[in-house]
Design a protein around this ligand. Structure first.
Ligand SMILES: C[S@@+](CC[C@H](N)C(=O)[O-])C[C@H]1O[C@@H](n2cnc3c(N)ncnc32)[C@H](O)[C@@H]1O
Length: 401
């Protein structure tokens, strides 16, 4: 449990609009005590007093509320007289929630991806055309196919799908990524709906989408919540694609100390990529199987999705190998201030050092391999996976944006 000490200074500009952070969800303990829990790293639980619970509701609107509006709304809803002492308590509570991130500036970004990372991400982490095409082909995406790309980042995959279908949505927590995706959609002249919300709250009606995709992001999400939501929201015959990826650089790579097998950020097994994909496949299989079981008597709105009981089942898998450079741009689109903090260096020193190492290397030394897996689930799918270790990956090209 983390509850920061309230400091009224956190609401330094009284005219500023604050809103409830979409990264936090409200919950109740078994004995009925309310709290909010953050769904993304760093995970925080913040226990709410009755006053805080009511106050938080004042900031629920998308545009947020000012201190004056929220305070007035609070006193109105509780039918209390706004005494000076009670006003001070309200201001302190709001400051405390702000400090913990439960409340945030109405225009602030929720995500660890800031504007600079967005630029480098778009330029140096392009989504492979071949994989987008494989999704289009496998799901026969056409003009009216309803598609959602979950945690879609700056929109590469969603935009590729929007070139086929007029009904593509991208759901993302990062405002910076959403803004980039919207601009790119405008520039390309393709329709793209954007939803600023957590994918851990996929509370949608039956038959909302024909296709859902999630690329390089399921590990950030609550996969149980995502799968439960999709079991309900995917249409009969609906498809779900999971893209998983891993980079591999040789030990001689100038950034091996950051991106390599034995990096200062952690250790990665020197095992074939397929062995990394296998547990993911097993887990998702079991999840969908459990969500589909009729052996347990329960009342569960998720049980009867539009598929009329046809659960989501494995329907195919493809592996891809992409030779590509992992240079300074990639590192900038990948490493966040939190990674850099681990090194104990200031961001300036950290980047100056990385830049010098890359500048001293020949272009060939920057090359590595990006491994990709495309998992396909379909309502009423085959339910069987091939032996991933025996599967030959398809070589694909690299095009920087
Ligand atoms: C590595 S990026 C992947 C982006 C994109 N799908 C791609 O393949 O390039 C992970 C994304 O997950 C998003 N994300 C993390 N937690 C989320 C959540 N709870 N709801 C929505 N998006 C989330 C991040 O903002 C980020 O854009």
């Amino acid at each position: 449990m983390t509850k920061q000490k309230p400091t009224p200074a956190a609401f330094a500009r009284p005219a500023e609009r604050l809103r409830a952070s979409p990264s936090f969800v409200q919950a109740l303990t078994l004995d009925g005590r309310p709290y909010v829990a953050k769904e993304t790293e760093p995970y925080i639980q913040y226990w709410l007093s009755e006053r805080e619970r009511v106050l938080l509701g004042q900031f629920a609107a998308r545009g947020g509320a000012s201190l004056a509006e929220a305070t007035a709304g609070y006193f109105r809803s509780r039918g209390l007289a706004p005494t000076a002492a009670e006003r001070a308590r309200v201001a302190r509570d709001i400051a405390g929630m702000r400090e913990a991130g439960v409340l945030m500036g109405a225009d602030e970004d929720t995500s660890r991806y800031d504007a600079r990372i967005v630029r480098d991400y778009v330029a140096h982490r392009p989504f492979p055309r071949e994989i987008a095409q494989a999704i289009v082909d496998s799901a026969a995406i056409g003009r009216d196919t309803r598609v959602v790309d979950l945690a879609g980042g700056p929109g590469d995959l969603a935009l590729a799908l929007a070139a086929r279908s007029q009904r593509v949505s991208l759901m993302e927590l990062s405002r910076g990524f959403l803004a980039a995706a919207r601009k790119r959609a405008r520039d390309l002249g393709v329709p793209l709906a954007t939803v600023h919300d957590s994918c851990n709250r996929l509370v949608y009606r039956d038959d909302t989408w024909d296709v859902a995709t999630v690329s390089q992001a399921l590990h950030w999400l609550d996969d149980v919540a995502v799968c439960r939501g999709l079991v309900r929201a995917l249409a009969a015959g609906g498809h779900f694609f999971v893209v998983h990826s891993a980079m591999e650089v040789p030990d001689t790579h100038p950034l091996a100390y950051l991106l390599g097998h034995d990096s200062i950020l952690g250790r990665k097994a020197r095992a074939p990529f397929a062995t990394e994909v296998q547990p993911l496949v097993r887990r998702l299989d079991r999840l969908f199987e459990a969500l589909d079981t009729t052996a347990v008597q329960r009342v569960d709105l998720n049980e009867r999705g539009a598929g009329g009981g046809a659960g989501l089942r494995a329907d195919g898998v493809a592996l891809f190998r992409q030779a590509r450079p992992f240079g300074l741009g990639y590192a900038r689109g990948f490493l966040t201030p939190r990674h850099i903090a681990v090194t104990g260096m200031t961001p300036e020193d950290f980047w100056a050092d990385a830049e010098a190492r890359c500048a001293a290397a020949a272009p060939a030394q920057l090359m590595g391999t990006h491994h990709w897996a495309l998992l396909h689930f379909r309502r009423g799918g085959l339910g069987e996976w091939p032996d991933l270790l025996a599967l030959a990956p398809r070589e694909i090209g690299y095009e920087s944006a």
